[in-house]
Ligand binder design. Structure first.
Ligand SMILES: Cc1cc2nc3c(=O)[nH]c(=O)nc-3n(C[C@H](O)[C@H](O)[C@H](O)COP(=O)(O)OP(=O)(O)OC[C@H]3O[C@@H](n4cnc5c(N)ncnc54)[C@H](O)[C@@H]3O)c2cc1C
Length: 484
């Protein structure tokens, strides 16, 4: 640890990836500086306020925050657990309600309850369900500890069960209904069932089945807790400064250059932003052409369109679970999905109604070359038109929403400009079976001293991103040991 005190680390980006990597490194004694282009830290974790209503962006619910569960252990280790108030979902027996055209499915808390609901909904498919549960329980076992991050032999244990889940369900001859139910968690993470590695689906689903939670504070509060924790450990955050270049000499990272021209030197640089953004910051020739090609050709997860509206709390009570409206084809493959949350607002007598759905990039193409705040009134009109269409469609589930007041809507272009995510991708690189090899070990680069963190490094979501940070720090510490 004494050696670490001599080591400066610069982290590009203050999302949960950059801040959690910074906290872990600061705990280990490194001198950490995080550089953030936005005025405030937090990236997607941070919420924003419109007309007094808090609008969530990248934290709608979290899994595995129960006592001794994986995210709770990580929050404890980071020193943020007690400062982020959360409330447990599923008190009414449901975490997520999936609404399909001809049936509904309630996702409950607990693996046994999930198996039982599957068996009750699909009484003729007990054999298939047993097979699905065998794999799910295996992944759940892994997610109960952090052992999979520190395998004794190699780093490939995550690649077990790498076959696409869609293929497995086809082999098991699952009905379209069962296929549709199983497909929802992958779709929520931007991967189709056809392309979703089995372990990826299972690890995500398992953590939400352990226990599911909503923030009982704003996303901004959560972001501030992470930022303050880093500062309390001696870390620094430079805000409202965009990193333009990564300084590299003879394939060794030496620091960064800000847009303002200022240069900062460090032995270790971490790009906690999308890998393509890191690539663009590197001088020509800094990495091998094969690495440049691999990163620049990575397919990303799609963007999201989101609506926040205000409803009268007296006529629209808060709902303690999430609702997914899912459209599928005849085979049970998901074509389109809408996610709804109706929760208490900070404004008295009001509740906040949020809708998330496909970003439909073709709708926003005319404004592709514009920046947030400068897109013009036609963009605002188009956004509001789409928002109202979605609110009216939701009436099928929630009843008349004539009192709805549109608070805000954002498009993939908003996300693109807010956090520098290519094309407004919501969850970074696509973790598909096809891209399994090209997305493996993404936290290492061919530049000595340059590492990646953030949601693309290992897996997206708050949990996946923090796991990625742990893995990146492990790599840094190992490399430094090898150098001494
Ligand atoms: C709509 C939506 C809903 C989601 N819902 C959930 C959910 O319910 N639960 C869950 O667990 N996960 C959810 N996620 C995913 C989760 O929010 C992300 O996986 C996670 O926040 C990503 O963190 P990150 O640090 O990798 O990236 P980011 O949060 O994008 O952080 C990157 C940071 O880098 C900064 N930056 C970029 N370029 C530069 C530069 N050149 N110089 C300096 N700074 C720079 C950005 O401004 C940003 O602050 C959701 C995501 C989206 C988009």
């Amino acid at each position: 640890m004494r050696n670490n005190l001599m080591t400066n680390v610069l982290i590009i980006g203050s999302g949960v990836g950059g801040l959690s990597a910074g906290i872990i490194l600061a705990k280990l004694g490194f001198q950490v500086t995080v550089v953030e282009k936005n005025r405030l830290p937090g990236g997607l974790m941070r919420s924003y306020t419109r007309g007094g209503t808090e609008c969530d962006v990248g934290v709608h619910y979290l899994g595995a925050l129960g006592h001794g569960e994986i995210l709770q252990k990580l929050f404890n280790y980071l020193g943020v657990a007690s400062k982020i108030p959360v409330e447990r979902m599923g008190k009414d027996g449901v975490i997520d309600k999936y609404i399909f055209d001809n049936f509904t499915f309630d996702l409950p808390e607990g693996l046994d309850a999930y198996q039982e609901n599957l068996r009750n909904t699909f009484p003729d498919e007990h054999r298939q369900i047993a097979e699905i549960m065998k794999r799910l329980r295996h992944s759940a076992e892994k997610m109960r500890s952090l052992d999979f991050l520190f395998p004794a032999q190699n780093d490939f244990s995550m690649l077990e069960q790498s076959e696409p889940l869609g293929k497995i369900l086809t082999q098991l001859q699952c009905s379209p209904g069962l296929r549709a139910v199983i497909g929802v968690p992958c779709c929520w993470m931007g991967v189709s069932l056809e392309e979703c590695p089995c372990f990826y689906h299972n690890m995500i689903l398992a953590t939400y089945l352990f226990s599911s939670w909503r923030l009982a504070c704003s996303g901004s509060k959560m972001a501030d807790v992470f930022a303050e924790r880093l500062k309390s450990l001696g870390g620094k955050i430079i805000q409202a400064e965009e990193v333009e270049k990564i300084l590299v000499n003879a394939r060794v990272a030496e620091g960064i250059q800000l847009k303002s021209g200022q240069m900062l030197k460090a032995r270790i640089v971490i790009g906690a932003v999308h890998p393509k953004i890191v690539l663009n910051m590197l001088p020509k020739g800094a990495v091998k052409p094969s690495y440049r090609k691999r990163i620049s050709q990575l397919e990303d997860t799609p963007g999201i369109f989101s609506v926040h509206a205000e409803l009268d709390a007296s006529s629209h009570k808060a709902i303690p679970h999430n609702i997914f409206k899912v459209n599928t084809d005849k085979s049970g493959n998901i074509l389109d999905m809408k996610f709804y949350q109706l929760k208490k607002s900070e404004k008295g007598g009001k509740n906040t109604f949020s809708i998330l759905t496909s970003g439909k990039p073709e709708l926003w193409r005319p404004w592709e070359n514009t920046m947030t705040g400068w897109r013009g009134s036609d963009y605002v009109e188009e956004k509001e038109k789409r928002a109202w269409t979605l609110i009216h469609e939701a009436e099928e589930i929630f009843g008349p929403l004539c009192d709805a007041k549109l608070v805000d809507a954002y498009t993939p272009l908003t996300i693109r400009d807010w956090v520098n995510s290519p094309g407004g991708s919501a969850y970074g690189v696509l973790r598909s079976s096809k891209q399994l090899l090209s997305t493996a070990l993404l936290n290492r680069t061919s530049v000595r001293g340059l590492f990646l963190a953030g949601q693309s490094a290992m897996a997206p979501g708050i949990l996946g991103t923090i796991l990625g940070s742990l893995s990146t720090v492990k790599l840094i510490v190992r490399n430094l040991k090898l150098e001494t």
